[in-house]
Design a protein around this ligand. Structure first.
Ligand code: BGP
Length: 463
């Protein structure tokens, strides 16, 4: 059958400044937490490739914007790098950054592409990190100033703004796991960072509407329903807590303006409540988002904590553990489960529990290693697995929309192979191949398919 999507559906992709732009001599960019960490510990990064070059968008944006057109984009999301615009985080604005972003945004608009701009994609100016980063309220104030500067400078080009991408990730990865800087394990700090990030997001929503009351602003969250291992009470309880920590800790304050009572009770009981004021809670209450971005790659499978293990409330495995479900379908390169039904389930969750707020699927995609082995005789990468991955997820999205979900777009991760955090260039996600040595770009088979998808506002597949 033909899966026809609603009119004016957003088709395109998402990326971020730190993963694409790269740095050139004299561009005025300051170090971000990633630039700093790479200098300190390059061995942590796959093949020791750091964020310095990324996919050289800073130099090749003209070519890349042409590729947005070639791959059928009517919408595109990227992010401004705070450390490029304000190199030390809260001081002077870098005029070269202003000129660069205006030129890029103008060019994208000239192509008739909807522009969605995110303000923060895991990248804090290192000068602020050094002063305590998101543990320090001064960072919240600096972020609000940065956000306001962005709105004042770039609002005419931007169709929709985003405050943060996946804010739970730096919390988990930086303060509970150890794969983002500062790579420490401290649940009390993790909670404070999460709270200050939420406050910053709400302040940005307020600033956005002060600059332009009609402009829409979102937060992007990596959501999935938490699936319990079994119907046993302990597993169900673990899944409920996992959902509170991983999803609702940002979803509820961002959409409903309030933290879930049960989450607050758990934090209180374990002496984990952050420093806060009633005035801050009022700001959160009054400045909810206009729509939601949802990133979906893998489900969250959960089991009750193993009672035999000594755990401590300062570690999340005290509350729940990841469940390694036998027989699950995997993307072996990224190590993530592929579960298309997750999209439908989260769409229903948004519909039932979040008043069917307007949303866009802002990331979904498949990272594959060593794609050169899939070239045909002309040299083009035949990434049929990526096309199948996208179709599988779009079918579930289509069904959710048929059943009333208020989703109005699909943005793939991502249009060109790009640099990824610790994994650097290990897994490639692009519709366009990037040769790291020559910087040449070339359409993959999926790039051609994606253009057809967008042009036809849907695709043909077997039921
Ligand atoms: C999301 C991030 C992206 C991107 C993507 C793919 O969580 O928002 O920045 O990196 O995941 O994941 P990875 O690059 O780790 O394979």
């Amino acid at each position: 059958m033909f899966y026809q999507f609603p009119e004016n559906f957003w088709w395109g992709s998402s990326t971020s400044g730190p993963q694409t732009e790269g740095r050139v001599e004299g561009d005025g960019k300051g170090d971000s937490n990633w630039d700093y960490w790479y200098k300190q510990a390059p061995e942590k990064f796959f093949d020791q490739v750091g964020p310095g070059k990324a996919s050289t968008f800073y130099e090749h944006y003209q070519t890349d914007i042409d590729y947005l057109v070639k791959t059928g984009h009517n919408s595109f999301r990227t992010s401004i790098q705070w450390s490029r615009l304000i190199p030390d985080g809260d001081g002077e604005v870098n005029p070269k950054a202003v000129a660069f972003y205006k030129e890029v945004f103008q060019r994208i608009k000239d192509k008739g592409i909807r522009l969605i701009i995110n303000l923060y994609h895991f990248d804090l100016p290192y000068a602020l990190e050094e002063k305590g980063g998101w543990l320090n309220k001064a960072t919240v104030i600096a972020y609000e100033r940065y956000a306001r500067i962005c709105f004042e400078l770039f609002n005419p080009w931007v169709d929709a703004w985003v405050t943060f991408n996946e804010p739970i990730v730096p919390v988990e990865a930086g303060y509970l796991g150890q794969y983002h800087y500062p790579a420490i394990v401290d649940a009390k700090k993790a909670v404070q960072v999460a709270y200050y990030t939420q406050l910053a997001s709400s302040l940005a929503v307020r600033a956005c509407h002060q600059v332009d009351e009609d402009k829409k602003i979102a937060i992007i969250l990596n959501l999935t329903p938490a699936y319990a291992r079994s119907t046993a009470k302990e597993d169900q309880e673990a899944a409920e807590i996992a959902a509170l920590f991983q999803a609702k800790s940002f979803l509820d304050p961002s959409v409903k303006g309030e933290y879930p009572k049960k989450l607050v009770a758990i934090l209180k009981e374990n002496q984990l409540l952050p420093d806060y004021t009633d005035e801050e809670l009022k700001i959160i209450k009054e400045n909810t988002v206009d729509f939601l971005g949802v990133n979906y790659y893998q489900p969250l499978r959960v089991q009750a904590p193993d009672k035999r293990k000594e755990t401590h409330p300062l570690n999340v495995d005290h509350f729940y553990q990841t469940y390694d479900m036998p027989g699950k379908k995997m993307n072996p390169y990224r190590g993530w489960e592929i579960y298309e039904q997750g999209i439908y389930d989260l769409a229903m969750m948004i519909m039932k529990e979040y008043d069917n707020i307007d949303w866009v699927l802002t990331e979904n995609g498949m990272g594959v290693e060593n794609e050169g082995r899939f070239r045909d005789e002309t040299g083009q990468i035949q990434d049929d697995y990526r096309i199948e991955f996208i179709k599988g997820h779009l079918i579930k999205l289509y069904e959710a929309i048929q059943d009333g979900a208020n989703c109005h777009g699909y943005l793939l991760w991502t249009f060109i192979d790009c640099w990824s955090w610790l994994n650097a260039y290990k897994n490639r996600y692009g519709l366009v191949e990037l040769d790291l040595y020559t910087q040449e770009r070339r359409l993959k088979k999926s790039g051609e398919w994606y253009r057809q998808l967008a042009n036809h506002n849907g695709f043909e597949a077997q039921e």
